[in-house]
Ligand binder design. Structure first.
Ligand code: CDP
Ligand code: MG
Length: 735
């Protein structure tokens, strides 16, 4: 039938081989497998993860076949182009030129500190080089790479999977809390530093890994700092194990000193000049100033995308809204502005948007937290606008108060931020602060997290690893002993260890949950009280309370009305969350139900996922076993048990109503505190006398978030070992 005289079958095979020609690198011709399925129909199947499968139908005429072939060829060309671009990109990265030298040094040294500008290819390339050089010994070992941020772990894994030519979860995977995309096939594994820390619980020697790369070490997150101390032990017991510490250009010497003068390798950067501009006077409102600057750049400067550094989600959302409004008003008078927010809680499909190339005739504006300082590389940025601020978590051990404070960032951070403008060519950085402020108000380096956050989780983890002398653990920067003592005393009161300092069964059970120890204690109690399922739901909801309801200025009233439907006056925020969850479950996890109630479907889906994973641990610890008598327990009794379970974990956080009736006093510290306006108990009439709270946060006032009313009696039941009689009975009747 065919012009060249070949038979139909021959021509199909030829066609298939042609089509596959584009994949020759992936698969040689002779491995094409032909499978006859029916008299007139053939499948050509290539056993490769990138294989194309296609069916050809003998009834189709030649024209149709040709059209199909054209489509196929187009696909092949695209794929070829993709592979070529990836190869070109990989070869163009600064680390590529140093590959041989770097690999040789890694071979010779057990520990290396690797320093390089953001975008030089450390995170995406080095694990691939190690993989290509056989460090996984054909799947016997994994190559691990930790990231302080979830966004970085997932986006980098996606990119590397793409470069390697597999799906995420095959050769390349990632693990972040409550989301595990790895399989037995995974040989390059990206993960958050917190997840690696948890891996120590099951494998103290990290025997699954031949190399561990601690990336973004300069961020000095709590987990990274603890990891460094633990890894220092491993390198002594496992001479075959390689440790790489990667950081942006700051602080390398400190890491080297910590690891007995490990060699520092510098990847020569490829950066261009960045011109710095300061404001002549301090800016009263940096968000306004940033908006103005965006339009000034857009209207007066040459092509190139803009990156704006702000401090948090709300600020970013407000600015995005404002920019969109203004640019809509200007309409056709200006070129299009593509506004892309990026912050840790942004759903991942939206996160990927910042990496998409900017169309011609448009300009991209990325609004970011310090997440874009070093851990994400966005191509095409020429202008940086820097607010000069950062939001930092601070914990005060003497009051138990957490605060998220917006404060000047460090000089090192400001310089990193500016550097983002000089990756593709000369750039400009507009600093929304004065030169004097830079020199006199900004600290040289950021404060390591271990010096400013709550250590309960870490102390519990160290204990479960058998490290009981937490004072003499090898910290790069030792936390204050007040803070350690506070965590010890909390864990002791929860029963995690006994008066001899020995770790208990309760402690071990608590440490298996990837949540705050106080929450895991609630789960343990709920197991004894036959209400684990309910407490599980509440705790899963508590992980995701920030983005539960839609936010919209126009629909504010409807949203508020919807919230109020769920409110439980007797059970406070905790039972309110349970109501929301239960209704969602009853709706069959319905998207429509969420929509009708102004609840974010995505958030509840995440809760569902978290709940499944926590449930698995509960099941393992037999906390979900139904007591035979439980079937005739009334609903009210169950609720009572739920509330008591929560008290058993949170008795540290009790507050008593003040005489005036508008504020509370924390029972132990005697500190004046208020119910957070977002709480179901805000302005409840009459106000309850006693309540517990999950968090104490300092914003405009000392606010208690996630509150639940309690009965004074429950305290003598669950916290008599913690409160003195005087504290419990102050102002009230004597017991
Ligand atoms: O870790 P480092 O900052 O040294 O660089 P990297 O993250 O390995 O990035 C190297 C290059 O990979 C960047 O210049 C980007 O072009 C690209 N990349 C990407 O396209 N998408 C990602 N999610 C991460 C990196
Ligand atoms: Mg990196």
């Amino acid at each position: 039938k065919f012009k060249d005289g070949s038979s139909w079958e021959e021509s199909q095979i030829k066609r298939a081989k042609n089509a596959i020609g584009g994949f020759t690198k992936l698969k040689p011709h002779d491995q094409i497998e032909k499978r006859k399925t029916e008299e007139t129909q053939y499948d050509y199947v290539f056993d490769n993860s990138q294989a194309i499968e296609f069916q050809l139908d003998s009834n189709k005429d030649e024209k149709q076949l040709n059209r199909e072939q054209e489509v196929l060829e187009e696909k092949v060309k695209e794929e070829e182009k993709r592979i070529k671009t990836i190869e070109q990109t990989r070869k163009s990265l600064p680390v590529y030129k140093k590959r041989t030298e770097l690999m040789q040094l890694i071979k010779e040294n057990q520990v290396m500190i690797i320093v390089g500008e953001t975008g030089s290819g450390k995170t995406t390339q080095i694990p691939q080089y190690l993989y290509e050089d056989g460090y996984t010994q054909n799947g016997r070992y994994k190559i691990g790479c930790t990231q302080p941020r979830r966004v970085a772990a997932t986006s980098v894994a996606t990119r590397v999977a793409d470069e390697v030519g597999t799906k995420v979860g095959d050769t390349v995977g990632y693990t972040i809390r409550f989301d595990d995309k790895t399989s037995e096939k995974t040989e390059i594994k990206y993960m958050t530093d917190g997840m690696l820390l948890r891996e120590f619980l099951n494998d103290f020697e990290l025997s699954a890994y031949s190399v561990m790369m601690i990336d973004e070490a300069h961020e000095r997150t709590l987990s990274t700092d603890v990891l460094l101390g633990l890894l220092k032990v491993i390198i002594k017991t496992r001479p075959d194990f390689k440790l790489l510490i990667c950081s942006a250009t700051m602080n390398a010497v400190k890491f080297s000193e910590f690891f007995e003068d490990a060699p520092i390798y510098n990847i020569p950067g490829r950066t261009y000049e960045v011109e710095l501009y300061y404001t002549p006077q301090p800016e009263a409102n940096y968000v306004h100033a940033a908006i103005t600057s965006v339009f000034q750049i857009h209207l007066s400067q040459g092509p190139g995308d803009i990156l704006v550094f702000l401090t948090g989600q709300e600020e970013i959302e407000n600015m995005a809204e404002n920019l969109a409004e203004t640019s809509n008003k200007l309409g056709n008078k200006i070129k299009e502005l593509l506004i892309c927010p990026i912050y840790a809680n942004l759903p991942s499909e939206l996160q990927q948007r910042i990496f998409e190339p900017t169309p011609k005739n448009a300009r991209k504006v990325v609004l970011a937290t310090n997440i874009a300082e070093t851990s994400l590389t966005i191509d095409g940025i020429v202008y940086v606008i820097d607010s000069g601020f950062v939001k930092e978590n601070k914990f005060n051990p003497s009051t138990g108060m957490e605060s998220l404070e917006i404060q000047p960032c460090s000089k090192a951070s400001a310089n990193q931020r500016a550097g983002r403008a000089g990756r593709v060519g000369p750039g400009k950085c507009f600093r929304l602060f004065t030169k004097t402020a830079f020199e006199t108000e900004m600290p040289d380096n950021p404060t390591p997290e271990i010096l400013r956050v709550n250590l309960n989780g870490v102390v519990l983890l160290l204990f479960s690893l058998g490290i009981t002398d937490i004072w003499n653990f090898d910290y790069m920067d030792a936390p204050s002993s007040d803070n350690l003592a506070k965590s010890l005393s909390l864990l002791y009161s929860l029963g995690a260890f006994n008066e001899n300092g020995e770790f208990t069964k309760i402690g071990r059970q608590m440490s298996e949950f990837p949540v705050d120890p106080m929450l895991s204690k609630c789960l343990l109690t709920s197991g004894e009280m036959n209400c684990c399922s309910e407490v599980l739901s509440i705790i899963s909801m508590l992980q995701e309370t920030n983005s539960l309801f839609y936010r919209s200025k126009e629909k504010q009233q409807q949203i508020q009305a919807s919230r109020e439907k769920f409110i439980s006056k007797t059970g406070g925020d905790h039972l309110t969350y349970l109501n929301i969850w239960n209704e969602f479950v009853d709706s069959g996890y319905s998207r429509q139900w969420c929509h009708d109630n102004f609840v974010q479907f995505k958030t509840l889906n995440r809760v569902k996922n978290i709940r499944t994973q926590l449930e698995r641990i509960c099941a393992k610890q037999s906390l979900l076993l139904e007591n035979p008598q439980s079937s005739n327990i009334s609903r009210d009794k169950t609720i009572l048990h739920v509330m008591k379970s929560i008290v058993s974990g949170y008795f540290w956080n009790v507050a008593r109503l003040n005489r005036g009736g508008d504020s509370y006093k924390s029972l132990k510290k005697n500190q004046q505190v208020w119910i957070h306006p977002s709480s179901a108990m805000f302005k409840l009439k009459p106000p309850v006398k006693f309540l517990i709270y999950n968090e104490l946060v300092l914003t405009s006032k000392e606010f208690m978030r996630n509150c639940m009313p309690i009965s004074e009696r429950w305290l003598s039941e669950y916290a008599s070992h913690y409160y003195t009689d005087d504290e419990l009975n102050e102002g009230g009747k004597k017991k």
